[in-house]
Ligand binder design. Structure first.
Ligand SMILES: [Fe+2]
Ligand SMILES: [Fe+2]
Length: 194
């Protein structure tokens, strides 16, 4: 069942062109994003250990993201590409986190909804990458990732709906989609996931 909301602004041709022009750099950033996605799922477990209803799914999501990291890293190894030495600030994620409510309960909902929006954007971009690739094996890999991130986009909304009223969740999610549109359009075009 579809629980997330679609992103409002599609990724640009300029972005996919930048990715395809320097796929090695994209892979380096992509690997980092998967590792961070795993850490983000586990950070919910660390911050909200009393939310027992969602912990199994958070752990499962963290494991899936870590598997994605492992798969991207294997691909990098096969191409002789190393992980990035220093990890730059993710301005896109930072711009969104900055807009979170400060109250503990509202912040919990906001972080779940941001996670959904990030996953939904990731899915949209992986689909674009899959469509642009010529190598059949790589295409299949990015298609698999697209489906997986789209599923994560739903899961985080499902988690929010466990604790908050549906109307409140969707009003706020629609607001986050607007914020995300602004954040993604403010980004410099680079061969990176965002
Ligand atoms: Fe992932
Ligand atoms: Fe994901």
């Amino acid at each position: 069942m579809k629980l997330n909301l679609d992103i409002a602004v599609p990724s640009s041709q300029a972005w996919i062109d930048a990715v395809m022009a320097d796929f090695d750099s994209f892979l380096q950033d992509h690997a980092d994003c998967e590792r961070k996605a795993s850490a983000m799922a586990m950070s919910f477990v660390a911050k909200y250990p009393d939310r027992t209803e969602i912990i199994p799914e958070l752990i499962e999501t963290a494991v899936e993201e870590l598997e994605h990291f492992q798969q991207v890293y294997k691909l990098m190894e096969s191409k002789g590409i190393k992980l990035q030495h220093s990890i730059g600030e993710d301005l896109y994620v930072k711009a969104l986190i900055k807009k979170c409510h400060s109250g503990r309960l509202e912040r919990f909902m906001d972080r779940l909804l941001i996670a959904s929006v990030l996953e939904t954007r990731g899915a949209e971009r992986f689909k674009m990458v899959a469509d642009a690739l010529e190598d059949q094996e790589l295409r299949e890999f990015y298609k698999m990732l697209w489906i997986s991130e789209a599923k994560h986009g739903h899961i985080f909304v499902k988690m929010a709906l466990q604790y908050f009223d549906e109307k409140i969740v969707y009003n706020r999610l629609a607001w986050w989609i607007e914020q995300e549109s602004e954040a993604i359009q403010n980004l410099e075009i680079r061969p990176a996931l965002h």
